[in-house]
Design a binder for this molecule. Structure first.
Ligand code: BGP
Length: 461
């Protein structure tokens, strides 16, 4: 074994409710923004496959958890669907949902797959979106109630909680770049939404601590290290601003309890400061995370702006920098994302050096590939050697970070089994396990799943 990981390393994968459960209108579940948006504008979704047509984890979770165990998972992250628990976002809890999540959690524990539970993965209940979603403080309070209900119901068995997954993505998608409902372009709202999300996280953490449960609570952030085109001061400055806006805007308040000064200056200068109520900032300051989940897919390549921004265009962060394509970069053509394995190490070292070496883990990393059926061999196994290489190369850098003192505790692949995705529906496949929608969602373990089983058994490779 060349790359041996510390004892007890968390090997597993992650998924989310909307992407895997299916049963979008069963057993009293309310609509969320994805159910609604798909109904309204199916043409926006690749293949016309909607969130109701997913991998059917809702009815097949026992089979899936058995497979997790089989391929060496000692942990798995799922999300709870707010609109399944509270069909209208608030009010009476849905007993069928409680039964479902209890069954899933118990089944995982019985199989020695530790449940890591996330409370919000892009899936605003439609009734809450109708009154403004995260832009409305009342919705933020409703989320805290929902969080409290989950801690109370499941906190005796769930020991790792997460308040949000990639909270910046609904801000970007919903309010800046038009890829999530309500697909508005409004920087002022984007800032308010982001602010309320951070506040909701701190409030949920406060509630969790007050309940005195014996577990940890964290947040999952997608970190995209920013690399300047050159060491020229203009490029360095541009790259720093991108880092402040896309990484530190959520990382600093989550881990340090305060917003970066550079961010506050930009918002003040541009007149985009959010509405902050008395006491909010103290609350954020005193309720930071115990544990940080890091999702890493791609870096950001940044250069100074070459042309003056169009003053008529709606404000977006690109007012301050340009992205550029680095020559010779490695690409995943299916997703259009650069593959840069060292980025995972740079993030971990940054967390070690600048964020108190807080306990963390890789909560997502993965490779979406289209048309994987063509790699299925005579035995029925998808030969996804490219995925094995992708994981292995990233793990080597994680290993190096550990050697250098990083407090990284695990690696979760995105994702366990092929699932529905926000903007690509069923186009790109990410799983260790294939799901064949043409064959009654039949599950088969891919080559990468068998490989991972061995890695987990050997605690290295
Ligand atoms: C992350 C999300 C996941 C997942 C993944 C892959 O941003 O947390 O939900 O979807 O990206 O991205 P995509 O499905 O868009 O290819």
């Amino acid at each position: 074994i060349q790359f041996q990981f510390p004892k007890g390393f968390w090997w597993g994968s992650s998924a989310s409710a909307t992407q895997t459960e299916g049963a979008a209108d069963k057993d009293g579940k309310g609509q969320n923004i994805w159910d609604y948006w798909y109904e309204q504008e199916p043409s926006r979704f690749f293949n016309d496959v909607g969130p109701g047509d997913t991998s059917q984890f809702y009815s097949r979770y026992k089979e899936d958890i058995a497979l997790m165990k089989y391929i060496g998972h000692n942990s798995f992250r799922l999300s709870i669907s707010w609109s399944r628990m509270f069909p209208n976002g608030v009010g009476e809890v849905n007993a069928k949902a409680v039964e479902f999540y209890n069954d899933v959690i118990n089944e995982m524990i019985a199989n020695e797959v530790e449940p890591f539970v996330n409370l919000y993965h892009f899936d605003m209940p439609m009734a809450m979106q109708d009154i403004g979603g995260w832009a409305n403080r009342k919705v933020m309070e409703a989320y805290v109630e929902y969080a409290k209900t989950c801690f109370t119901l499941f906190g005796d068995r769930v020991k790792k909680w997460f308040t949000h997954n990639e909270p910046i993505v609904p801000v970007e998608g919903g309010y800046l770049y038009d890829f999530h409902y309500p697909n508005e372009v409004d920087f002022r709202k984007a800032v308010q939404v982001g602010y309320h999300t951070i506040l909701s996280s701190a409030k949920a953490i406060q509630v969790y601590k007050e309940l005195n449960l014996d577990g940890k609570i964290g947040i999952i952030l997608n970190l995209t290290p920013s690399y300047p085109r050159s060491q020229h001061s203009a490029d360095l400055k541009a790259s720093n601003i991108a880092d402040v806006i896309f990484n530190r805007s959520f990382l600093d308040p989550s881990v340090k309890g305060e917003f970066p000064d550079e961010l506050v200056s930009i918002l003040k200068e541009e007149g985009f400061m959010p509405v902050i109520e008395k006491g909010d900032l103290d609350l954020i300051k005193s309720n930071t995370v115990d544990l940080l989940g890091i999702n890493y897919y791609q870096p950001r390549r940044v250069k100074a702006k070459e042309n003056l921004p169009n003053p008529e265009a709606p404000f977006t962060p690109e007012r301050y920098f340009d992205n550029y394509v680095m020559t010779g970069r490695k690409m995943n053509p299916h997703r259009g994302w650069e593959i840069y394995e060292k980025g995972i190490y740079d993030i971990l070292i940054n967390v070690k050096e600048n964020y108190g070496n807080i306990e963390c883990f890789i909560s997502e990393n993965g490779m979406g590939v289209e048309g994987e059926e063509r790699f299925r061999d005579k035995e029925g196994v998808i030969q996804d050697s490219y995925r094995i290489e992708f994981i292995r190369e990233h793990l080597k850098w994680v290993h190096k970070a550990i050697q250098e003192g990083s407090n990284v505790k695990g690696y979760h692949l995105w994702t366990f089994m092929d699932n529905w995705s926000w903007t690509n529906a069923y186009k790109n496949r990410y799983g260790f396990v294939s799901v064949n929608l043409d064959k009654d969602a039949e599950r088969t373990v891919k080559k990468s799943g068998y490989w991972f089983k061995k890695v987990s058994q050997d605690n290295g490779f």
